[in-house]
Design a protein around this ligand. Structure first.
Ligand SMILES: C[C@@]1(CC(=O)O)C2=NC(=C\c3[nH]c(c(CCC(=O)O)c3CC(=O)O)Cc3[nH]c(c(CC(=O)O)c3CCC(=O)O)/C=C3\N/C(=C\2)[C@@H](CCC(=O)O)[C@]3(C)CC(=O)O)/[C@H]1CCC(=O)O
Ligand SMILES: NC(=O)c1ccc[n+]([C@@H]2O[C@H](COP(=O)([O-])OP(=O)(O)OC[C@H]3O[C@@H](n4cnc5c(N)ncnc54)[C@H](O)[C@@H]3O)[C@@H](O)[C@H]2O)c1
Length: 198
C-alpha cells in the first residue's frame, strides 16, 4: 500500500498488563522503552534465560515481574499487549498467532512483518510527548529526529502547557467561545521570534 498507513495512538500502559517475551539485549531495549514512558506499567517479562542487566533494571520497578520459563500460549491469559523479542523466529511467529487468536496486538521486535504495531522514537518534555515513526524505513533517522527535537524544543513548553490547562479550566461560556479564546492566546506561538527575543 502507498504511503505511511500507520495510525499513531498513545496507550495508557499504566492501566494495562504487558507481556515481554525474551530477556536478552533486545528484550531489555524494549522493556526500557516501555518503562521510560510509563513508569508504573505492569509488565511481565518471560524468558528461558535472563541477562543480568535486565534483572537489575526490572528490580527498580515494583510493577515489573521477571518469570524464567519457556513460553506457552496460556501465558497470554490476562494480558493486554505483547512484545516478543526472542531469538527464535518460529516462536515469534507462534506468539503472534496465539496472541492474535485472543484479539491481542503484538510487536515482534525488529520484525516488521510480524508487528501489529511499531514502537516509536519518543521526544519527552514534561507532559508533551512526540512519537516519531519512519514507517519502518529508518529507526536511526527516528532516533536522530528525536535528538534534534529534544534539543530545539524549549523546556518552557511544559510551563506553557500547565498555564494553558489553568486557563482552559477558568474559561467560562459556551464551547465555541472557549475554543476561540484558546486559539487567540496561542496565536503568538505561530509567530517567529524577533531577534531580541531569541
Ligand atoms: C524507534 C525505535 C523504538 C524502540 O525500539 O524503542 C525502533 N527502533 C529503534 C532503534 C533501532 N533499531 C534498529 C537499529 C539499528 C540500525 C538499523 O538496523 O536500522 C536502531 C537504531 C540505533 O540503535 O541507532 C534495528 C532494527 N529495527 C527494526 C529492524 C528490522 C527492519 O527494519 O526490517 C532492525 C534491523 C534488525 C536486524 O538487522 O536484524 C525495526 C523496527 N524498529 C522500530 C523501532 C520499528 C520501526 C520504527 C519506525 O517506524 O521508524 C520497527 C519496524 C519494529 C519495532 O521493533 O517496533 C528505536 C529508536 C529508539 C530511540 O529513539 O533511541
Ligand atoms: N542484539 C542485537 O543487537 C540485535 C539487533 C538486531 C536484531 N536482533 C535480533 O533480535 C532477536 C533478539 O535478540 P537478543 O540479542 O535479545 O537475543 P538473545 O539470544 O540474547 O535473547 C533471546 C531471548 O529469548 C528467550 N527465548 C528463546 N526461546 C524462548 C522460549 N521458548 N521461551 C521463552 N523465552 C525464550 C531467551 O531465553 C532469551 O532471553 C534475535 O532474533 C536477534 O537476531 C538482535
Amino acid at each position: 500500500m502507498e504511503g505511511n498507513q500507520l495510525f499513531p495512538v498513545f496507550i495508557k500502559l499504566n492501566e494495562l498488563h504487558t507481556l515481554v517475551i525474551g530477556a536478552g539485549p533486545v528484550g531489555l531495549e524494549k522493556l526500557m522503552a516501555l518503562l521510560n514512558n510509563s513508569n508504573h506499567a505492569r509488565v511481565t517479562v518471560l524468558a528461558e534465560t535472563v541477562i543480568d542487566e535486565l534483572s537489575v533494571f526490572a528490580a527498580g520497578f515494583p510493577t515489573v515481574d521477571v518469570v524464567q520459563k519457556s513460553f506457552e500460549a496460556s501465558d497470554l491469559e490476562g494480558i493486554n499487549l505483547v512484545v516478543a523479542a526472542t531469538n527464535n523466529n518460529e516462536l515469534n511467529a507462534e506468539v503472534k498467532r496465539e496472541a492474535n487468536k485472543r484479539g491481542l496486538l503484538v510487536n515482534v521486535a525488529d520484525k516488521p512483518e510480524l508487528c501489529d504495531f511499531y514502537l516509536g522514537s519518543v521526544v519527552q518534555k514534561g507532559d508533551l510527548k512526540i512519537a516519531i515513526s519512519t514507517n519502518g524505513k529508518s529507526p536511526t533517522i527516528a532516533k536522530r529526529l528525536k535528538e534534534v527535537l529534544t534539543d530545539s524544543l524549549p523546556n518552557s513548553l511544559n510551563i506553557t502547557l500547565k498555564q494553558m490547562q489553568i486557563l482552559r479550566n477558568m474559561l467560562k461560556g459556551d464551547f465555541s467561545s472557549k475554543v476561540q479564546r484558546l486559539n487567540e492566546v496561542t496565536e503568538i506561538l505561530m509567530k517567529p521570534l524577533d531577534k531580541e527575543q531569541q
